[in-house]
Design a protein around this ligand. Structure first.
Ligand SMILES: Nc1ncnc2c1ncn2[C@@H]1O[C@H](COP(=O)(O)OP(=O)(O)OP(=O)(O)O)[C@@H](O)[C@H]1O
Ligand SMILES: [Mg+2]
Length: 384
């Protein structure tokens, strides 16, 4: 089916040129809703009534979120300046309103391209993206991210990449004693055309099956990284790895939301103290508000045995959500960080390592992942 955005148009106006069923919508918000409802949708025609700026912003967004969907712009007049702007935004073709044969050809070409992209994406989406988040600092995001990645890599059984998205204060590098010679900042010149060779040049190898994409080190560099680049990096990395595990700062930045958008699983951390629980409750409400699927979410309590008077059922009661894993507190954790070797690798039999490994196995390795298209549909629904 094709979506045609043009107020007061009738589907019959275009059926012959476009081929197949045409669904007419009044504006691009309605087009987004229609796309959310049908993940197999692959073509949007934007009619002359839609303002150019709105059409281009819509196309840029789709390019990131639904790259297999083609956008064809129909304009009363077509000139070189318009073409340049449109193609730069990712519009597949611009067609004059009175040129039905050209529209028919453009639709055919776009559908062929979408078919190729879907096949390519099937390969690209091989790897699973897992984002580790806590709305309060110091809950153990970095510790859990690194150890979870090590547990998933299992000595080289799987290919895993850690991405340090704590762009201003990232401490993945220091936690595993890696020299940040290459960082996310080096991706900037490749923005818009990043490929696997380019992505590979940004990575730092840590151990068997385990690589890291480190956070910028120069003050001010974090602000230069656009959120779209994060989406691009994750899309390429998931084609190279079985798992991409993302460490985050303690705020819902645009970068974090971009990672959440493309993630197959969200790991939400808390510690058993009331400020962390309050922040987790707010974070879960926020995720619900944005309509991220609950099926792809795990709540993990770190330092769960801290003698602070809050039990697992207290935690579940406050956050209205079941706890998927509990990682005990141990002084061996900071000791392992000071030595630069994740505890899962240094002491696999340690209760902390066992808890993280069990979580990796039960929630990530042995679980079928929710279909992406379905997650997108629910998210698009909520964003409305
Ligand atoms: N299970 C644990 N037992 C003992 N100490 C722990 C545990 N988990 C984390 N820590 C310690 O807590 C501190 C904070 O951990 P970490 O840096 O992983 O948190 P974070 O959420 O990434 O913090 P930030 O918000 O600053 O990025 C570190 O010193 C770490 O060693
Ligand atoms: Mg951290």
């Amino acid at each position: 089916m094709t979506i045609y955005c043009q107020p007061a148009a009738s589907p019959g106006d275009l059926t012959t040129s476009v081929g197949g069923t045409v669904r007419v919508v009044d504006d691009l918000d309605a087009a987004l809703r229609a796309l959310g409802e049908d993940p197999s949708e692959d073509l949007v025609l934007v009619g002359p009534s839609t303002d150019l700026g709105t059409a281009l912003r819509f196309t840029e967004r789709l390019r990131l979120e639904r790259p297999a969907v083609g956008v064809i712009l129909i304009r009363d007049q077509v000139d070189v300046a318009l073409l340049t702007q449109a193609l730069r935004a990712g519009v597949r073709e611009v067609v004059a309103a009175d040129d039905q044969p050209a529209l028919s050809d453009a639709c055919e070409r776009s559908r062929a391209l979408s078919g190729q992209r879907v096949t390519a994406e099937r390969d690209e989406t091989k790897g699973k993206v897992v984002t580790v988040f806590a709305a309060k600092g110091g809950c153990g995001k970095t510790t859990i991210t690194i150890n979870l990645a090590a547990a998933l890599a299992a000595g080289g059984t799987h290919r895993v990449c850690v991405v340090d998205l704590d762009l201003s204060f990232g401490d993945v590098a220091i936690s595993v004693q890696l020299d940040p010679l290459r960082t996310i900042s080096d991706a900037l010149p490749m923005s818009g055309h990043l490929d696997t060779t380019g992505a590979a040049s940004l990575l730092t190898a840590y151990g068997p099956g385990l690589d890291m994409l480190l956070a910028p080190v120069t003050p001010g560099d974090a602000e230069k990284i656009p959120a779209a680049l994060v989406g691009e990096l994750l899309a390429v990395l998931r084609g190279m790895y079985d798992f991409v595990v993302v460490d985050t700062p303690a705020q819902f930045s645009e970068h974090v939301l971009t990672a959440m958008d493309v993630s197959d699983h969200h790991v939400l951390l808390t510690t058993p103290d009331t400020p962390a629980l309050k922040n987790l409750r707010i974070a879960l409400d926020m995720l619900d508000l944005l309509s991220y699927s609950r099926d792809i979410r795990s709540v993990l309590v770190n330092r769960s045995d801290s003698k602070v008077g809050l039990s697992t059922s207290d935690v579940e009661h406050v956050v209205h959500s079941p706890v998927s894993a509990q990682v005990p507190s141990s002084r061996n954790v900071p000791v392992s960080i000071n030595k630069g070797t994740p505890i899962v690798i240094a002491t696999p039999a340690h209760p902390v390592s066992q808890a993280i490994t069990r979580f990796a196995r039960e929630r990530l390795l042995n679980q079928p992942f929710a279909p992406k298209a379905k997650a997108f549909a629910r998210r698009a629904e909520g964003r409305r």
